[in-house]
Design a protein around this ligand. Structure first.
Ligand code: FEO
Ligand code: CA
Ligand code: CA
Ligand code: CA
Length: 566
């Protein structure tokens, strides 16, 4: 089905953009999105459905060995084996080519509930807590393709980073007292690894989102202003780690600042398994969805980041100098630069506000840049950033546009220009362009709730990826209409043509997206199938009503070997 450009741009910003106008969206006669779509009526079953022009293969199910020959899947999870197995909660990922048809997948393991991972709601021992912790984090695995079929390989690069893996900090907060605990415990681990990024120098960025949910308290705890802003409370998300692991006990004064060690973007070098992961604190602490890295015309890197909570913000970091020069100087481009937050003006323009401790708004509030970065949300509010409807992924699109998924906000009572629906149960996508400058232009690209015409319904956009030809891939998370499973949609951003490539299984979200350099294989994740309940789905196992469903990656190819999305 074709949607008109007028419908694509429905609502919000005007198209007359003054000095910065016009948007120059190149039009093309080429059919970018021509595959046979999955009919709406077919996408409600217990197994994924893919376009009849495509096929998929299941890879990297939770609990499989990291490399052939490693400890195999068993349930419930056991810590020591789980540290040598694929984690759970597959989310952001990126493919790194080693040779044609061979590469590394770096993949996030955002979360898995206790009943799914350890078979009990509340952990009863430290061993069970360690098993849960070991299923979180991220993996690097090597895969190779032969005759269109991918398989896992033995690999010197295979690696797990989990909640008890050594990590380090860099940037303005490194070494600060705000990261120190009276227990003097080492820096360990990463949690709630949601979306991702990749740098032009070949590393992987894994982004810590709902870190507060892993903390709780065994005793009296009253959250500070800072802790409140990040949602810390007595019971967290119900993981119960704090019952046996004092690092996660908010009432344990020996681990006073453990919570400040999470909520960062962490850089991992997939090609160097011996190098410690590094949390890059200059990028600020918030509930990071992803970190999309773009090279500006002058060679600096810009990192676009969403903070996925209701009424939180969109940020960007700009490196101090061109990234090649900084690396030649022995400096990491993500350690030196400026963090900004977005203020949208009604006129279809916006401004990036620098979060610099010298601003007058911060006098008497933050003494150091480190303190500001640990409390980036509070800083962003103080400068008047625009509260958004849950910013999720940001994609680097054709023509310099960045596309940002605003997944939903059922609590919005007062609309603003970039979030025009109140409430906003189905979400929308905005796009903006700044060319590295302080000002940007923006417009609403799609209002998801406007798309219930039967075939083309989608809600709650989350994962986004744009290819260089102008296709936008949209992955959804939750509340599709009329029982439709979460799905993957492809839109031609030039013409508005929009088709459903894949539907997942009940209870899952579709997330994580990356391709091989030739764009002949697309990797997509099925996260929390059936929410772990075998009565809902058994995927990737065939339907039997018994087998526990497992998060996994789909390797998707066109049957004719063509470009994915076409
Ligand atoms: Fe992990 Fe906002 O999704
Ligand atoms: Ca998720
Ligand atoms: Ca997400
Ligand atoms: Ca989501």
């Amino acid at each position: 089905m074709k949607i008109t450009r007028r419908k694509v741009l429905k609502g919000g910003a005007a198209l007359s953009l003054g000095a910065l106008s016009p948007y120059s969206v190149a039009t093309t006669d080429k059919v970018l999105v021509g595959f046979t779509p999955v009919p709406f009526a077919d996408g409600k079953g217990k197994m994924p459905v893919i376009s009849s022009d495509y096929e998929y293969q299941v890879l990297l199910s939770w609990g499989e060995p990291l490399e052939p020959g490693g400890p195999g899947y068993r349930w419930p999870a056991v810590a020591e084996a789980q540290q040598q197995q694929i984690g759970i909660g597959h989310d952001g990922m990126a493919y790194y080519s080693l040779a044609p048809g061979r590469g590394l997948l770096a993949i996030n393991h955002e979360y898995g509930t206790n009943p799914h991972v350890i078979g009990t709601r509340e952990p009863k021992s430290l061993d069970q807590v360690r098993a849960s912790q070991s299923a979180h984090g991220m993996s690097v695995v090597e895969i190779a393709e032969k005759d269109g079929v991918w398989s896992q390989q033995r690999s010197e690069y295979a690696r797990r980073v989990h909640v008890n893996s050594p990590v380090e900090f860099s940037g303005p907060v490194a070494g600060d007292q705000l990261l120190a605990n009276p227990a003097n415990n080492p820096y360990l681990g990463t949690i709630s690894n949601c979306s991702n990024g990749r740098t032009p120098w070949g590393t992987y960025l894994t982004c810590e989102e709902n870190f507060n949910l892993y903390f709780g308290s065994t005793g009296a705890f009253s959250p500070s202003e800072s802790q409140q802003r990040y949602g810390f409370n007595d019971s967290g998300g119900g993981y119960g780690w704090h019952l046996f692991d004092p690092r996660f006990d908010l009432s344990n004064r020996d681990y006073l600042n453990e919570g400040n060690r999470f909520g960062w973007v962490m850089e991992v070098d997939p090609m160097n398994p011996k190098a410690l992961p590094v949390k890059r604190t200059a990028l600020g602490r918030f509930k990071h969805e992803g970190a999309t890295v773009v090279e500006a015309d002058d060679g600096r890197v810009i990192v676009y980041m969403g903070d996925d909570s209701r009424f939180e913000f969109i940020y960007r970091f700009v490196s101090e100098k061109p990234w090649r020069q900084m690396r030649d100087e022995g400096r990491n481009p993500l350690d030196y630069g400026t963090l900004y937050v977005a203020k949208f003006l009604d006129s279809g323009v916006g401004e990036w506000l620098a979060l610099d401790v010298d601003r007058p708004e911060f006098v008497g509030r933050f003494d150091t840049q480190a303190e500001l970065l640990v409390n980036a949300r509070i800083a962003a509010t103080l400068v008047g950033a625009t509260p958004m409807d849950r910013p999720e992924w940001i994609a680097d699109g054709a023509n310099g546009f960045m596309y940002c998924a605003l997944t939903n906000n059922d609590r919005r009572k007062v609309p603003n220009a970039p979030n025009p629906q109140a409430p906003n149960p189905y979400g929308h996508i905005i796009r903006f362009r700044d060319n590295g400058g302080q000002r940007f232009i923006w417009e609403i690209f799609m209002q998801a709730s406007g798309y219930f015409d039967g075939e083309n319904s989608f809600s709650c956009p989350d994962g986004l990826w744009a290819d260089p030809d102008g296709r936008l891939f949209i992955e959804t998370d939750g509340d599709q209409r009329d029982g439709l499973n979460d799905q993957l949609i492809v839109v031609d951003t030039h013409s508005g043509e929009m088709r459903r490539l894949l539907t997942g299984v009940p209870g899952c979200e579709t997330t994580g997206i990356t391709t091989t350099p030739d764009r002949r294989t697309l990797f997509v994740n099925i996260q929390h199938p059936g929410k772990g309940d075998p009565a809902v789905t058994n995927f990737p196992h065939p339907v039997d009503g018994v087998t526990i469903p497992r998060d996994c990656t789909l390797a998707i190819r066109r049957k004719d070997g063509g470009l994915v999305g076409s």
